[in-house]
Design a protein around this ligand. Structure first.
Ligand code: G3I
Length: 363
């Protein structure tokens, strides 16, 4: 380990340790071991999304290296950032994040190769006019090829299910489906397997965690999609369950018993599980942050119980580590009081109830 890394880790341990000691949260968890140490003891990964701009925030970078052994770019491996103009690539952000991850013994996730969103303005017309699947297969080959052996797990296709579009197969009406039909999903995974045979290939989505009727529909269509791919021998290794919740607003509920049954089906189909984007939005909650923090932690704990019981979960990533960033910017300290509190560490990098809920889940 380089001396800088040792220094970072020592500083990070001090920062997190002090925070832990000052955290005055006398919980059943007895040690101050980091989430990455706790996850590793279960043969798992704990991580977070990040933006390369955050690595310039030294105290954050220290705690990131201390707490996480997995990382995924929040937006810098999406096509709007990677290929702003046809054939013109900017890998600078993804390279910085991947280099940081490897310097600190972290596994890197890639997010995402084929999605209906975060595409550059020129892409939709190119897809519509495409003569063949090269418009995504060649992209997958070049991006995954660049990170072959350095990005361990990829969200190959993101959010392809959307029953609200009314199709009998529950798939989302997007440019990829309109041009290539449902087969674009199989083809994307075939291209990904060819590009990096060592990578874990993940179908990433949300909508299967909740208690509402539309969630029942989502679970039904997601299972149909995954079962069909398994029957056709499509190389998909894991289901990526995003895990975005809302503590006080509609649309982000949790139904732990339906989730448990869904995960049993995922396991029966032979898939692994990645919790890919966990956060619990406290918007609309009471003024008292302590009450909101406790509610966020309760939902986190009730979600992670069936996840851990499933026995198929390789990694739990939160969609951010600290509340101090919002939409790609570090928020000035005098505004921290108004920020959402949906992540494990507060804006001062202190461990919140949600951190302890994650720690307990790994116990
Ligand atoms: O950093 C640039 C900045 O330099 C530029 O000036 C600004 C204006 O163009 O854009 C900034 O980048 C933005 C980036 O977030 C960082 O804030 C992008 O425009 C913006 O599109 C991007 O939004 C991301 C969004 O996905 C779309 O890619 C969010 O950060 C990210 O949290 C969100 O994450 C999604 C997952 O990928 C899929 N699941 C849902 C999840 C939450 O919506």
């Amino acid at each position: 380990m380089s001396s800088r890394t040792k220094m970072l880790t020592r500083r990070a341990m001090l920062a997190a340790g002090t925070a832990g000691l000052l955290g005055v949260r006398a919980k059943a968890v007895v040690s101050d071991a980091s989430l990455r140490v706790r996850a590793a003891k279960r043969g798992m990964l704990y991580g977070t999304c990040a933006g390369s701009y955050q690595l310039r925030d030294g105290e954050f970078a220290d705690v990131l290296a201390y707490e996480a052994n997995a990382m995924v770019p929040e937006y810098e491996l999406k096509r709007d950032t990677l290929e702003p103009r046809p054939g013109v690539f900017d890998f600078s952000g993804a390279d910085a994040l991947t280099d940081f991850a490897h310097a600190h013994g972290m596994k890197m996730r890639g997010h995402t190769l084929v999605w209906y969103a975060a595409n550059p303005p020129w892409l939709e017309a190119a897809v519509t006019a495409a003569k063949n699947e090269a418009v995504f297969a060649d992209y997958i080959a070049s991006v995954m090829g660049r990170y072959r052996g350095r990005i361990a797990s990829w969200d190959v296709v993101n959010e392809a299910v959307w029953p609200q579009d009314g199709r009998s197969d529950g798939l989302r009406d997007c440019c990829w489906l309109r041009r290539f039909g449902p087969g674009y999903i199989d083809s994307a995974f075939d291209a990904a397997r060819r590009a990096d045979p060592s990578a874990q290939l993940v179908y990433n989505d949300w909508g299967c965690e909740g208690a509402e009727r539309w969630n029942d529909d989502f679970r039904k269509h997601t299972l149909k999609l995954l079962e069909g791919m398994k029957k056709r021998g499509v190389p998909v290794d894991a289901y990526g369950m995003q895990g975005h919740f809302r503590a006080y607003r509609p649309g982000g509920t949790l139904d732990a018993s339906k989730l448990k049954a869904f995960l049993a089906e995922i396991r029966a189909l032979g898939y692994r599980l990645v919790v890919s984007e966990l956060d619990v939005d406290d918007d609309g909650g009471p003024a008292d942050a302590k009450v909101r923090d406790a509610k966020v932690a309760d939902i986190t704990a009730r979600f992670l119980a069936p996840v851990m019981e499933s026995g198929i979960c390789d990694a739990i990533l939160t969609w951010g580590l600290t509340d101090r960033y919002l939409r790609g910017k570090i928020i000035p300290q005098d505004m921290w009081i108004s920020l959402p509190r949906k992540l494990p560490l507060d804006a001062s990098l202190r461990r919140k109830d949600m951190w302890w809920a994650l720690a307990k889940a790994f116990r």
